[in-house]
Design a protein around this ligand. Structure first.
Ligand code: SF4
Ligand code: SF4
Length: 328
């Protein structure tokens, strides 16, 4: 995987999105550069992008110069880049996987108003972008992020993978599970008996619960990163064995894994029978709040938001029922 860091002006990513919404083949500024960027991101949606823009404050260390300024003038260019960074909750010099930055555009910048479109503030000195009123950007946002960071796998491929990976699970002599997925599995089962669970297409959580319920002695190894739950998940990238499910998802899951290990007093590579592992987990974890939203204060940025299951009592139902694992 090519992980070479690419320096990019924030506005160029916005123009990349805008360009995906054009109705004709109208020429954008620095068309070749935009095409090249689009290609680099398609090749590897996790390619790190370093956001650079011109400023005079303590952030000036990363100033890229005027090479890629568009013709509206330096003030317009600088303001546009800073306006974008503010909406994305980022700063000049920040670097992040392309997929996360692009998703943040789609989440936080729905229109180019007050960024590239200046409305009543247009003047002889302050010109807006020639595409500001085109609706191209808004159209692309409406069409969704798949236009820029296309999903790695088709629906057919996911369905095949679900069938094959679930069938394979029942043949395994040992399960490999990332620590916080033990809690996700309990949340998904939500206290139901095996016969009451409907199998999910989106992951292998129910199958793993079913196997541990039927065979509490099956060894479970605690692994780092994506595990046997993940293969049919649309957010899973088999090529890179990475979770790409949402902004910062793979990153905050790493923290949850380490938090789960800390609570269990275990480390990656440790192996315990599935039933014993759940007995330990239910003894130490009273609420998903102590894992999924663990931190000194509620998360303030997209990358660290808590799982929506925080407020639900699904985990508690499974804990009360001991996940219907016999003998624990
Ligand atoms: S309106 Fe202009 S500056 Fe704004 S995203 Fe579109 S092309 Fe880029
Ligand atoms: S790929 Fe990510 S979101 Fe999907 S099941 Fe695995 S960890 Fe969860």
């Amino acid at each position: 995987m090519n992980n070479k860091v690419i320096s990019v002006r924030p506005y160029q990513l916005m123009c990349l999105i805008c360009r995906a919404g054009r109705r004709n083949r109208e020429e954008y500024y620095f068309e070749d550069r935009l095409e090249h960027l689009a290609l680099l991101i398609r090749e590897n949606i996790n390619r790190p992008l370093l956001l650079t823009c011109n400023c005079v404050s303590a952030y000036a260390w990363q100033n890229p110069g005027r090479e890629y300024d568009t013709p509206e003038g330096p003030e317009f260019n600088d303001r546009r880049d800073l306006a974008i960074l503010r909406e994305l909750n980022m700063v000049p010099g920040a670097a992040q996987p392309a997929s996360d930055i692009i998703r943040k555009f789609f989440k936080h910048i729905k229109t180019c108003e007050d960024i590239c479109a200046l409305g009543k503030y247009c003047s002889a000195v302050w010109r807006e972008c020639k595409f500001a009123g085109s609706g191209n950007y808004e159209r692309a946002v409406e069409a969704g992020e798949a236009g820029i960071i296309s999903p790695c796998r088709s629906a057919d491929e996911l369905a095949c993978c679900k069938q094959a990976s679930a069938a394979q699970l029942y043949k395994e002599k040992k399960l490999r599970i990332r620590p916080h997925h033990l809690v996700c599995i309990a949340c998904i089962v939500a206290g139901r008996k095996p016969c009451e669970m409907e199998v999910l297409d989106v992951d292998n959580a129910c199958e793993i619960a079913d196997i541990i319920q039927k065979h509490p002695d099956i060894p479970v190894e605690l692994v780092s990163g994506p595990c046997m739950v993940c293969p049919p998940c649309a957010g899973y990238s088999p090529e890179h064995n990475l979770c790409n499910a949402g902004i910062g998802m793979g990153l905050r899951d790493e923290k949850k894994d380490l938090d789960a290990l800390m609570l269990l007093g275990m480390k990656f590579g440790d192996v315990l029978p599935g039933g014993e592992l759940y007995r330990k987990l239910f003894a130490v974890l009273d609420s998903t709040r102590n894992l999924c939203g663990r931190g000194r204060s509620p998360a303030k940025v997209d990358e660290w938001i808590s799982c929506g299951a925080d407020s639900k009592d699904s985990y508690l139902k499974s804990k009360a029922a001991k996940l219907h694992i016999p003998g624990i």
